[in-house]
Structures are given as structure tokens and as C-alpha cells.
Design a protein. Structure first.
Length: 509
């Protein structure tokens, strides 16, 4: 059987880094980890081809070759997924769908033949058995969560790694926290399930054997949820692995703010090769944090915590939200001041959205405040709820906030604030050709053509003389800024929520 594994295209979002990828001649930020993992669970005798539409086009020849299409997607890929499914249906392929998008909204895809939902380690085997017996059902679901120690090494040979900026690995699933807007626990539960350290090393070896020497993203929603195991086992073994390979491979991940409470953990992570963490900060306002169930961000000095993490050698990227019920018109300035003072250069700010399966979604539905759908992109200047704040004030506050944060002057000021605090680990590394290409392209696009050219040259010279060890990071952030401004311009020009919500379609209670 010929199996076509399909990964839909991401729209032009903050997270796509589409406009930054051109500087390093890459096509996508990350590979479809879920699909290459599922591929390793399929029968060996099946012929498989993977098409990541972020890296290559889906051709008619691909469709004619295939017997079955297996599609996986996240919410933000919904529009592309619908187009792919229509093409597969026209080609008379059997269509199988799974992943977060289809688990949350299967009713939106009537053309799909079989839904293999939740986590594939549980739902894929019975589907394959029924398929072999000619009795495959429409839906395969499970309320149980698998032991991911059974998860196989991803089938990396299906990918052209050269298309990507970083590879991806998963150590754990689940999150212990109760944030009402987050769908991670709805999809993966509260219990933390981990792979073994040896599994992680095997996966790293598999990537290494295919010639990959660049960064690796640990995709866990909260990498530090099992601190004891990290400190006792995984991180020491990663340090040993780096030494055995004689590399200084860079890792990055997502975690909670309480990493700042554990200096030993941060030191081990940096020694293991981690240099960047994304943290869901959401807001510096405690009343908003308490209202959304994010108590672990309260009763602490988050600004000082962020500085502590930066000084430990970890650059902090941050997620922020406006539109909580407790927010007021002063919230926007409070957020701006916090972000500017923190030195969080990559500040992903979005309006509150209610995702299917979350407590927020159910509450908004009960209160009659839920609009018909969410875009799935939490930083696209839209919301799918009726906010308590006047919508015009929310729209203007968000627009002004984004204009301020990503104006060249304020963006480059955050870079300087970061570099004054950030204490990166000093590893021996050679300058890579792609870094030189990125530097020279940035000199032209940002330093000559771009509106930020004055701030670009000023910051470049300052970095060369004051923080030369952070030059590579600075150039990366310069390029990110170019991407963020492009995306901001697109989203704010489109008007987001304003154009679609003047007469909202409310989901009935």
C-alpha cells in the first residue's frame, strides 16, 4: 500500500518565521514530528512518502501514486487542511486524519474517512488491525493516555532535513497546571509521562546519524515538569552525550516560570546545551492570572525571575495575552512596560481565544460569549469570545501595543536590555557559512533597505564592542524583528476581530 503522509501549510504567523527563513535559505522552522513518529508505527511493508507543504508542494503525481492519505494538523493549519482533504477526495484516496486539529474539531471535516484521534500509540494499532480485516470504523478515540516509553524513534529518513532550521524531539507529554485557556491538558492530560533518557539519546543519535549538527527543539509543553528525573538522569546524560560527540549542539524548549526557583536545574540545562526557553507569562497582573487558573505565576517577582533565568544563560521568549475579563484600559501600558523592562525580545502577544476542550471554551459557551470559531493562531489579532472590555478599546489597545513593541526603536532597545543581562555559556564553535550568509543578507535587507537601518547599525556596532560573544544571537534577533514587523503589518491591516465580530454568531448554550 502506498501511504501519503501530509502536513498542511502554516499561514503567515509569528510562529512561522516565514520572513526570517529567507535569510538562512530554509523553508520551515520545524519538521512534522508527529507524522514522522506515526510513520514509524505503520507496517514496514507499506511504501511511505511524506509531503510537508511548508517545505514542498503537493503534486498531482503524489496523489496519483497514493492509495491512502494520512493527514495530521494543528488548529492554525485548518484552512490548508481543508484544501488538502478536498484534493485527496477528488483523487479518490482513502483519507485518515489525526492530531490536535481533528481531535478537537472532527465535525468540521465530513470528507475524512477515518479519524484516528487522541494519541496514536493507543488509537493507531486498532485502526490498522481493523483496516487489515476490512472493518475499519469512522472514529478511533481513547480517554486513556499511553506510556510514551513505547513510542518509536521517528522515521527521519522521510524528511529532507536541509529544509528545516531545527529538528524536534519530545521528552514528555502532559501538564500539571490548570490554565483555563490552554488545550494541552484537554489533549494530553495533567499527568506527566516521560520517555527514558536512553530513548532520548537514541532519538538524538538517529538525528545525528543523518548528518544533523544544528539545533534541536524539545517540544514538551513544560520540559521541567519532572525536575527530579531531569536533574538526576536526563540532563547529566545529555552532558555526556555532547562530550562524546564533541559537539556543542544547541537545545531549546518550553517551560514554566518556576524554573527560576532552581539554580541547579538551570545550570544543568545550560551545560547540556540549552540556551533558550519559551515561557507562558501571559500578564504581570495577578488578578488576571488568578482568574485564568495560572496561580503558579502569582506570588512572585516575575521580572526578577526572568532576569535570573537570563543571567543563568537562557534567553527567555514569552507569551502574553490581553483580553482577560479583569483587564482594563491600563493593562496595555502595564504589559508594554513589563515586556520592555524584561528584555524579552520575542514577545508573542495575542488576544484571548477560547479553544475547544478548554475550561474557558465551556465557560464562554455557558455565558453566551462564544463566537463561532477560533483561528487557532493566538497572535493574529483576533479573538473568538465577546470580551468584557469594550471591543473598540481592546482593538485599539492591542494595535497600539503591537505598534509600540515592534517599532524598530523599542524592539532594538529590548535586544540591548537582554544582552546586558544574558550570560550565555561559552562553547567553542566555528562560524558556520549560513551564519555569514544571514549576516550579509541582514546588512542589505535591514541595514540598507529596511526602516530599522539606523537602529540596526547602532546595535550591531554596540554588540561588536560590548557583547561580541552574543553577536550571533543579536543578528538572529535583528532578523526576527524583520519577520515580526511584517506579520504585525499583515494582521493589523486585516483588522482581525473588528472585521468579523460586529455581528457575532454566538454558539448556543
Amino acid at each position: 500500500m502506498n501511504i501519503l503522509l501530509l502536513y498542511p501549510e502554516f499561514p503567515d504567523t509569528f510562529w512561522s518565521f516565514k520572513h526570517a527563513l529567507k535569510f538562512v535559505k530554509k523553508k520551515a522552522s520545524l519538521p512534522p514530528l508527529g507524522l514522522v513518529t506515526v510513520a514509524a508505527m505503520l507496517p514496514r511493508q507499506w511504501d511511505k512518502k511524506l509531503v510537508d507543504l511548508n517545505a514542498s508542494a503537493l503534486s498531482q503525481k503524489d496523489l496519483e501514486w497514493a492509495d491512502m492519505a494520512l493527514i495530521s494538523a494543528m488548529g492554525v493549519q485548518k484552512e490548508s487542511a481543508q484544501k488538502i482533504i478536498a484534493r485527496c477526495r477528488s483523487a479518490n484516496l482513502t483519507i485518515v486524519a489525526g492530531g490536535p486539529l481533528f481531535t478537537s474539531e472532527p465535525e468540521c471535516f465530513p470528507e475524512v474517512d477515518h479519524f484516528v484521534l487522541n494519541e496514536a500509540e493507543i488509537t493507531l494499532p486498532p485502526f490498522l488491525e481493523d483496516l487489515a480485516n476490512g472493518t475499519a470504523r469512522k472514529f478511533y478515540r481513547s480517554e486513556n493516555y499511553p506510556d510514551i516509553k513505547t513510542s518509536p524513534v521517528p522515521q527521519w529518513e522521510l524528511l529532507d532535513m536541509n529544509n528545516y532550521v531545527a529538528m524536534a524531539i519530545q521528552f514528555s507529554r502532559g501538564c500539571p497546571y490548570q490554565c483555563d485557556f490552554c488545550n494541552v491538558t484537554a489533549l494530553l492530560g495533567h499527568k506527566i509521562r516521560t520517555k527514558t533518557s536512553d530513548q532520548i539519546l537514541r532519538e538524538l543519535d538517529a538525528i545525528d546519524e543523518r548528518g544533523w549538527r544544528e539545533s534541536v527543539f524539545f517540544v514538551d509543553d513544560n520540559f521541567i515538569a519532572h525536575k527530579a528525573y531531569l536533574k538526576k538522569d536526563l540532563l547529566p546524560k545529555l552532558i555526556e552525550w555532547q562530550a562524546s560527540k564533541k559537539t556543542s549542539r544547541k537545545f531549546f524548549t518550553e517551560c514554566s516560570i518556576n524554573i527560576a526557583d532552581d539554580p541547579e536545574l538551570m545550570e544543568l540545562m545550560v551545560r547540556a546545551g540549552f540556551n533558550q526557553v519559551f515561557i507562558g507569562i501571559e500578564t504581570p497582573d495577578n488578578s488576571a492570572l488568578e482568574s485564568c487558573g495560572k496561580q503558579h505565576n502569582t506570588s512572585r517577582d516575575m521580572l526578577e525571575n526572568i532576569k535570573r533565568i537570563q543571567r543563568a544563560g537562557l534567553e527567555v521568549q514569552g507569551g502574553f495575552i490581553v483580553g482577560f475579563d479583569t483587564d482594563t484600559p491600563s493593562t496595555f501600558q502595564q504589559q508594554i512596560e513589563f515586556i520592555q523592562n524584561s528584555g524579552i525580545v520575542t514577545a508573542m502577544v495575542g488576544m484571548l481565544q477560547a479553544l475547544p476542550g478548554t475550561k474557558l471554551y465551556e465557560r464562554m459557551k455557558t455565558e453566551g460569549r462564544l463566537l463561532s470559531s477560533s483561528s487557532g493562531d493566538n497572535v493574529d489579532s483576533t479573538t473568538n469570545i465577546i470580551p468584557k472590555m469594550d471591543i473598540e478599546i481592546l482593538r485599539k489597545g492591542y494595535r497600539d501595543m503591537m505598534d509600540y513593541l515592534y517599532s524598530p526603536k523599542n524592539y532594538y532597545q529590548r535586544i540591548k536590555t537582554l544582552l546586558l543581562e544574558y550570560k550565555p555559556a561559552r562553547f567553542k564553535s566555528r562560524v558556520k557559512p549560513r551564519q555569514l550568509v544571514a549576516l550579509f543578507r541582514s546588512m542589505v535587507v535591514l541595514g540598507i533597505v529596511g526602516e530599522e537601518r539606523f537602529h540596526y547599525w547602532k546595535m550591531l556596532v554596540w554588540t561588536l564592542f560590548r557583547q561580541p560573544h552574543s553577536l550571533s544571537l543579536a543578528i538572529t534577533l535583528f532578523i526576527y524583528g524583520h519577520h515580526f514587523r511584517k506579520v504585525c503589518a499583515i494582521h493589523l491591516k486585516n483588522g482581525g476581530y473588528a472585521n468579523s465580530a460586529t455581528s457575532p454568531i454566538v454558539i448556543q448554550r
